[in-house]
Design a protein around this ligand. Structure first.
Ligand code: PEP
Ligand code: MG
Length: 883
């Protein structure tokens, strides 16, 4: 079995198509080498080894050692150097590379192969002792931290003390001898922390580093990241061992990170940061503030250090040519790491770049218009859930901005919340419903959960490619990074900036588009959905088969949904209308009357209000179909709760407060979700459904008269378990329609259908379809009843189920395709067999979840319905599902 694949030196054993085996980084290094780009040679230990390692209780598969030895020998041959040889030492980097990129999650070791002898050899060979010992001390620190678990602060303290004692402020002031002294102090510090000597044998170092990469696959932070991004543990990570090239060999050496287009805005133009005389981790870690890649960027940012375009023009030109080659080859925006070693450019990585929703949209539309990709491909390029970000608020242009501090505009959108300094605190406050802004000196992978819980993130240190910036963009959280004037005191729980002091719990607003941190809560507004967004939506609508409707009942929500492109209403929950201030009293009166007459009298008061509700919905929706569900929840949900309410209702009904409380108690149920609700109410109290049907039909007639447009109603009976229930209620509703027709001379245009939200209804769908003209899958209840899992209580233990891997995803968020899905597909099939014109839709929360929408496409539903703000997401997801 082949465990190790070589790349570089003119050709590669792998290529980009082998991503699952080689990991993203390894596959693209191989591909770049195949394209003839300058890639330092190396080899990839494949992802299967990671699985074998864990399957074997952290042991390696047989034959791996020999293959690594062979690959190393090959590497020595192409580089002409040898591992551990003081006269010309081969040094390598060791990096992880999973199938999906996991930024900052996995560990990297640079300069591996250094020890006292090879460091001296490197010094002679490079003619630069300072460089050699600077590299050596970096290696000891990195290796100790990443592989041996010695905290890096131990080394930082040694360096700080040394600098103080010698009156140095900058690292660049240290001489070769100084670094050599630091190396010896580092080694003894490592030895006393470890209880054994720092390993000097390069082969032992390599073995340790490879093990550390595999071990890091199962750290808490990697597990958390995978959970948040739905990455299965079984994918494993590959390990890339690659000959070192040095960006820290003086003023003609540099290292940087770049994007072929702006990852924040999507603007066409190279974008990135670099540092002269530095190694890769300096840019990413945000220890030194990087310089701009291009002159245009530098001018836009008012940065005074020269850009790479100006400082290293030849290398820059070469890099720009590589960018073009890569973009044309991959047909997508690339995120690139490079190093310049004494004027020579080397490519260390390329991958499809992470981007904000705005940038994703702009890049997809631009590339389609440039002819680089098709419009269908453009549709597939934008994550539906990322559209959420485009619906993010921004700060109103006329808002008063009381600026406390300014940093970099690291991730767009505006957010407001109370200041917290700790990720655990952020998580617990957010869980309690508080909106928080996480303020950190810098973030690390240990902060992922806090960043996720926060509305936005601010850091005092770090550039546009720092951990905070990259992760926040990925999560769609607004972020301001590198606000250097902020002095953060974690212990005192406050920060100061420009003479002002902000405590934990104070409210701030951040503007991720300008990099400003503002005092208090600042006015925000909704984004405009025109331009690129509209173009993409047109392409999506062309590609899509399923219709997209909305779940809405207030005129404002219906209007919003229509603007977002809703093609009808998939669920109007009439009970929401019963709570309005002008009618709740009448609703309570209806519920509390203990005879039919009393109910009919109260319903007569509700009728005109309910009719007016439907009129405004029909007017907005014009000729689009509107599914209106008759009353569903158990009646006691409407009962008076406060003493005042009880007194008011008692007065209105003429009952005594005691009698009223007694009646309320009698309506109580042990298990209301399985109790007297849905169509069961219609069976017991047909007058309620008759009033609602009348309101619908009269509203239709009135609106048609007023506007000339014929409203289309779909009357929906909830929680049906048997065909008989539907038959009885359908006859009632149809009877009302006939009456309205006789009274008005106009025939209402309507269908009668049912929700499928009980397993029995799904199983008996063939019979139910005899009466139903449409089915709408109520997957909230269907999930609840299929699993026997309470919608209202599952939250308490769902986390345990996710942690234990029993559920991969919350089944109330993303449909359980195996179980609930099987019922849906079976009901669709049985229903259509009875009635081939049966209209099929979904109106549970799943109707706005992209993965569930894919499922709906696969079982041939006619439409999905979701909340107004998710309509664009559903349009895009439905298009992707159809492509
Ligand atoms: C459902 O059960 O999926 C549904 C849409 O109805 P509700 O959420 O109102 O119970
Ligand atoms: Mg339901």
């Amino acid at each position: 079995e082949k465990w190790v694949y070589a790349f570089g030196g003119g050709s590669s054993e792998g290529d980009a198509s082998m991503r699952n085996t080689l990991g993203g980084k390894g596959a693209n290094l191989a591909e770049m080498a195949n394209l003839g780009l300058p890639v330092p040679p190396g080899f990839t230990i494949i992802t299967d080894v990671c699985n074998a390692y864990y399957d074997g209780g952290k042991t390696y598969p047989a034959g791996l050692d020999a293959q690594i030895d062979a690959a190393l020998a090959g590497l020595e041959k192409v580089t002409g150097k040898s591992f551990g040889d003081p006269s010309d030492p081969l040094l390598v980097s060791v990096r992880s590379g999973a199938r999906a990129s996991m930024p900052g999650m996995m560990d990297t070791v640079l300069n591996l192969g250094l020890n006292d002898e090879t460091a001296e050899g490197l010094a002679k060979l490079s003619g630069d002792r300072r460089f050699a010992y600077d590299s050596y001390r970096r290696f000891i620190q990195m290796y100790s931290d990443v592989v041996l678990g010695v905290d890096h602060s131990l080394f930082e303290e040694i360096l700080e003390t040394f600098k103080e004692e010698n009156d140095y402020t900058l690292d660049t002031e240290l001489s070769a001898d100084d670094w050599e002294e630091i190396v010896s102090q580092y080694k003894s510090a490592a030895a006393s922390a470890l209880g054994y000597d720092f390993p000097s044998d390069p082969r032992e170092q390599l073995k340790g580093a490879i093990g550390a990469v595999f071990d890091s696959w199962m750290t808490d932070r990697a597990i958390t990241y995978r959970r948040l991004h739905d990455i299965p543990a079984s994918w494993g990570t590959a390990v890339n061992v690659q000959a070192m090239v040095f960006g820290n060999m003086g003023e003609t050496s540099a290292t940087g990170v770049a994007f072929t287009r702006d990852p924040s805005t999507g603007d066409k133009g190279y974008y990135g940061e670099f540092l002269i005389n530095a190694q890769g981790e300096d840019v990413v870690a945000g220890i030194r503030t990087p310089q701009c890649l291009t002159k245009a960027m530098r001018e836009a940012m008012g940065d005074r250090e020269p850009s790479m375009e100006e400082a290293l023009p030849e290398s820059y030109a070469e890099l720009a040519a590589v960018f073009d080659t890569l973009e044309r080859h991959y047909r997508d925006m690339q995120d690139i790491e490079f190093t310049v070693e004494r004027g020579r450019l080397w490519m260390l990585q390329t991958r499809n770049g992470k981007r904000t929703a705005n940038a994703a949209l702009k890049i997809a539309v631009d590339m389609a218009e440039e002819g680089l990709i098709t419009t269908d491909e453009a549709v597939l390029r934008v994550e539906p859930s990322a559209l959420d970000q485009l619906l993010h608020p921004t700060i109103a242009p006329d808002a008063v901005r009381d600026v406390i501090a300014t940093g970099l505009p690291a991730s767009p959108g505006a957010a407001c919340g109370t200041v917290v300094f700790d990720s655990d605190v952020a998580e617990s406050k957010a869980a309690a419903g508080e909106k928080v802004i996480l303020v950190r000196i810098e973030t690390s992978p240990e902060d992922i959960h806090g960043m996720h819980a926060a509305q936005g993130i601010v850091t005092a240190r770090g550039g546009m490619t720092s951990h905070a910036a990259v992760v926040a963009r990925g999560m769609g959280r607004p972020c301001v990074s590198g606000a250097g004037m902020m002095k953060i005191d974690y212990a005192g729980k406050f920060f100061t900036a420009g003479g002002r002091r902000v405590e934990e719990g104070d409210t701030i607003t951040i503007d991720g588009a300008t990099g400003e941190v503002l005092a208090g809560e600042v006015k925000m507004f909704k984004p405009e959905l025109a331009g690129d967004f509209a173009k993409l939506m047109v392409w999506a609508d062309k590609a899509r088969r399923m219709k997209v409707r909305t779940n809405a009942e207030t005129p404002a929500d219906v209007q919003t949904a229509k603007e977002f492109g809703a093609e009808g209403i998939g669920l109007c929950r009439t009970e929401h209308m019963f709570f309005d201030a002008d009618r709740i009293a009448a609703v309570r009166e209806m519920i509390l009357s203990d005879d039919r007459e009393g109910r009919v009298a109260a319903l007569a008061k509700i009728l005109p209000m309910q009719r007016a509700d439907f009129e405004s919905i029909f007017e907005i929706m014009e000729d689009r179909p509107c599914t209106i569900r008759l009353l569903d929840p158990p009646l006691h949900e409407f009962l008076p709760h406060t003493e005042d309410d009880v007194r008011d209702v008692a007065a209105a009904t003429g009952l005594s407060a005691t009698a009223l409380m007694e009646r309320a108690r009698s309506l109580g149920e042990t298990n209301p979700m399985l109790g007297h609700r849905g169509c069961r109410l219609g069976i017991t109290f047909p007058e309620i459904y008759e009033m609602q049907a009348r309101a619908i039909f009269e509203a239709q007639v009135n609106v048609e008269k007023k506007t000339g447009v014929q409203p289309v109603a779909e009357v929906m009976i909830p929680l049906v378990a048997t065909a008989k229930e539907l038959e009885i209620l359908k006859a009632r509703v149809a009877g009302v329609a006939k009456m309205v027709q006789q009274e008005t001379g106009k025939a209402p245009v309507y269908l009668i259908g049912t929700m499928i939200e009980l397993p029995r209804a799904a199983l008996r769908a063939g019979e139910i379809a005899e009466a139903a003209e449409f089915f709408s899958f109520g997957t909230n209840d269907l999930t609840q009843t299929t699993f026997g899992l309470s919608r209202d209580d599952a939250g308490k233990f769902l986390g345990d189920y996710l942690d234990a891997g029993i559920f991969e995803k919350d089944p109330f968020v993303s449909i359980d395709t195996d179980g609930v899905g099987e019922l849906v597909s079976l009901a669709a099939e049985r229903g259509r067999k009875t009635r081939d014109t049966l209209k099929l839709g979904i109106c549970g929360e799943h109707g706005g979840d992209p993965a569930s929408i894919h499922f709906c496409e696969s079982v041939g539903l006619d439409y999905v319905s979701c909340s107004p703000y998710r309509v664009p997401i559903a349009r895009l997801a439905a298009a992707q599902a159809a492509l």
